[in-house]
Design a protein around this ligand. Sequence first.
Ligand code: FAD
Length: 410
Amino acid sequence: MKKVVILGAGTAGTIMANKLAKMLDRKEWEIEVLDRNNIHYYQPGFLFIPFGIYSPKDVVKKKDAFIPRNVKFTVADILSIDAEENVVNLVGGEAIRYDILIVATGTVPTPSETPGLVGERWYKNIFDFYTFEGAVALHDYLKDFRGGKLVMTITELPYKCPIAPLEFVFLADAFFAKKGIRDKVEIIYTTPMSGAFTKPVATKMLSSVLEEKNITVVTDFYVEGVDEEKNIIRSYDGREVEFDGLVVVPVNLGEEFLASSGLVDDMNYVQVDKGTMQSVHKPNVFAIGDAANLPTSKAGSVAHFAADVLAENIVEYANGKAPSHQFDGHANCFIETGHGKGTLIDFDYTNEPLPGMYPLPGIGPMKLLGVTRLNHWGKLAFKLIYWEFLLKNRRLPVSSKFSLAGKKKV
Ligand SMILES: Cc1cc2nc3c(=O)[nH]c(=O)nc-3n(C[C@H](O)[C@H](O)[C@H](O)COP(=O)(O)OP(=O)(O)OC[C@H]3O[C@@H](n4cnc5c(N)ncnc54)[C@H](O)[C@@H]3O)c2cc1C
């Protein structure tokens, strides 16, 4: 038997296992998925935990419940990849041989990369919400927050789900308003980008939402370090922002074990062709999801759309053909704006988010770059869609290919 090994049973690895279990010739190919644990977190739900909208149990299920029965699931810590020998080495000494390797090990929030961030004040008045533990600790902090400067800071690019920190400040505004203390809280948003988002049309729209909510934006702010004694964050160009409470998107890096593989860039992201997702170094290695160096957002929606393309390419490669299917970088995301409303963006490698209707051109019902109640319900419904449809590779009424139909050029 020949073997496909998938590293990581998060969003991307699980979708790929479900697709390939049906698409590969199973008389010829076996499939094994490796992950260090059996806990699947619904990461978009981490956003809601600090505000008590979701409880911790809302975002956790077992990974093996989503892996098809005819796919082997092994809980093991991956130590290294020997891409010359086609072998994955596990902590504990076991080696797993592969014919085709799919790397789907995601990205790791790494607060230790920022001087002063992880010290005495970590999880006292300095938090992340990109981990389960961080989101839960932040909930305990925010429920007793009585006023002062709450700073949301993005340390460095790229980071997964680029809109999550914006959603955080929108929800913080609504949370403090509901508590009747909004006038006692100054909300500050610092970003290394030169605006609220990377692309001009969405930046303009999101900037007006930030202004409306009286959230101060500090741009071009790359965090050099944190002075936890003085409660100050400092940028590389010497600017300082004071805080009472600090919420951080830490530096995001690809998994450490990939560093020695000869397959990655200097941030440990697997270097792939942005269309086929095949490694630029080894033809039998592919990467998907946050682990890949694709020039689009690191997001679950991207993993979902990319999986349609990658599965076709893996089947072609398994049959001795060159991968021919091209991923267009399609990404979309609901953005919570607070007070029961939200907006939606849809874009790809070449087209920026534009206003319009989605998924049906002219009909919607979702409004792109509009703030509506329906978009908020879409965001909440996404949890059920994620567990019941997306991971299990059940059909959804959205195309994995980006389309300009129904969108207005501005
Ligand atoms: C706060 C927050 C909000 C978000 N909101 C959204 C949203 O609204 N919409 C959206 O589309 N996306 C959102 N995302 C992003 C989305 O969750 C990720 O992009 C998606 O989960 C990436 O999937 P992945 O499979 O690449 O990585 P992951 O799902 O992170 O999976 C990686 C897997 O690899 C395993 N692994 C890693 N290293 C090893 C090792 N050495 N040995 C064994 N196993 C290993 C891990 O255990 C993990 O299970 C959000 C993320 C966060 C943190």
